[in-house]
Design a protein. Sequence first.
Length: 229
Amino acid sequence: MELEIITLNETDTLQVERLGATRVELVSAMQEGGLTPSYGTIKNVLATASIPVQIMVRPHSDGFVYNETDWKTIKEDLLAIKSLGGNRIVFGALTDVGHIDETLLNKVIECVPDFDITFHRAFDDARSQVEAYHILNKYKHHVKRILTSGGKPNAIDGIDNLRQLIQLSKQLNGPKILVGSGVKPGNLEELHNELQATEYHIGSGVRLNQDFSKDLDAVKMKQVTSYLF
């Protein structure tokens, strides 16, 4: 079972590592939904973390449709991550009509062919999650998992769709479904009983007052890790 926790810096990352997380998603600007962290933050986290670090690559918060200028920024961030020894990213892009942007995804894969990619919740804005899954399955040697709430605002609301996506993942032996959005100690048991997913993603659910400006809550972390493991 994988338990991925959102972290913002080196201190966060080392703390969730000590508290039992198996992987982190490193981001900045959570008030904007999560953007690419700074070079310095990435460098410090990669130098000290002993668990896998998935690094958000998202140049702005204005949706998930990217132009050529955005691609130039994305490419430089990818090369910076590679230069620092990173090999895991969280990335997602859509066309302006809500399909997976395969052109841009191919550019990313060509730029960093050895990277482990999580396709992030841009997936939930796709016109059809099932159709989008089939597209991403073509890239399963690079896109290892999809962070999703089943196209709903949170994972509890998306349980039925998540169940369908997990079944599809098993049938196709495709990218795993990383269940996220609104996951917290109070609903993790319900989600797992319903879905039997192999990966869960938690953000503010393990923060004091469910607030990213606050510290991680060791009690909540203990609750989620003791349940899953």
